[in-house]
Design a protein around this ligand. Structure first.
Ligand code: NAD
Length: 298
């Protein structure tokens, strides 16, 4: 089964476990790098590269660009798909351009594969933000654009701007699945990257997933990642241990049955997302915003 949209350069081959981007195959499991920095992050990225990872997720907020650059310094840049995210305070055009410039400098690269808005900030007009991102895309500093931590209302507003959106990066794991958003993305040719795919580590001991995995000699973590892949999404598990890095990549040699997928779906749909407060983000998350509140027209 291949999941693709005609206007989107991404196609997910679920059987092969491949994310095809502009006709290049990347193993579908990417590496999440938060909250690793410095040597820990460098070592994690090096181990991931040795184990075949090619998609790497970072963000300005993570403060680990230099470590990632160090880990990739002897690698062929064109083989990697690097995702970064701009913090919600820096999404006005001038700040965004400065963020990207610094990001590229610190990552020692000329371009980002994907540049996402880390959190929506409805106080900054989305037309201006996406306009600036699109100019940077045309200048070949960014290949693909996207949003993170958004609701369907944000997506409706963002799509009205008319800028091509390739990705949405959202919380998704067997304890939380925003089906409405997933359906909306599918209908509009936007692909989903799953953050926190292991429920921030909690799912590794989940008895229900453990039981499903035992039938196929797989761990609960592998079942969680496989569930995401069979939904046509790209999981970004965070890990610094080589054993986990290997385990998380070894998810192409088994398939969850339709009944197993459905059973996990049913539980995940009832789960609650992690909410972020003003103390953590500096602004409250916007998950409760109505369509009118998302990037209101002035
Ligand atoms: P996760 O669900 O990937 O869990 C990470 C935790 O699981 C770590 O403690 C790790 O040691 C542990 N782990 C990894 N593999 C394991 C295995 N096989 N068995 C047992 N434990 C295992 O959560 P996360 O790291 O928060 O999210 C993944 C990535 O998503 C981050 O690293 C970051 O890149 C991204 N992220 C993005 C956002 C966003 O706002 N867009 C938010 C959070 C995370």
């Amino acid at each position: 089964m291949t999941i693709s949209a005609s206007t989107n350069p991404i196609a997910i081959d679920v059987e092969k476990g491949v994310c095809k981007i502009d006709k290049v195959d990347y193993p579908i499991v990417g590496l999440g790098t938060y909250p690793s920095t410095g040597e820990v992050c460098r070592e994690a990225v090096e181990k991931a590269v040795q184990n075949g990872y090619r998609i790497i997720d970072t963000a300005t907020y993570y403060r680990n660009f230099d470590a990632i650059a160090e880990a990739l310094k002897n690698q062929d840049r064109s083989l990697f798909y690097i995702i970064s995210k701009v913090w919600h305070t820096d999404q006005a055009p001038e700040e965004l351009r400065a963020d990207l410039k610094q990001t590229l400098q610190q990552l020692h690269t000329d371009y980002l594969d994907a540049y996402l808005l880390h959190w929506p900030n409805s106080a900054i007009p989305i037309e201006k933000t996406l306009g600036a991102m699109d100019e940077l895309r045309k200048a070949k500093k960014i290949r693909h654009l996207g949003l993170s931590n958004v609701s369907v209302n944000h997506l409706k507003r963002a799509l009205e701007v008319g800028t091509a959106l390739t990705w949405v990066q959202i919380e998704m794991h067997p304890h939380f699945f925003d089906v409405e958003l997933d359906d909306f993305c599918r209908a509009h040719g936007i692909h989903v990257q799953a953050w926190g795919p292991l429920g921030r580590g909690r799912l590794a001991d989940d008895p229900f997933l453990t039981k499903i995995g035992q039938r196929q000699g797989k761990t609960a973590a592998q079942v969680a990642l496989r569930w995401i892949i069979q939904h046509g999404c790209v999981p970004l598990p965070g890990s610094k241990k080589e054993g986990h890095i290997r385990e998380n990549a070894a998810v192409q040699d088994f398939t969850l049955s339709p009944e197993e997928m459905e059973a996990i779906d049913q539980k995940a749909k009832k789960g609650k997302r992690g909410r972020y407060t003003k103390e953590v983000l500096g602004i409250s998350d916007e998950f409760d915003f109505s369509y009118e509140q998302c990037w209101p027209r002035k």
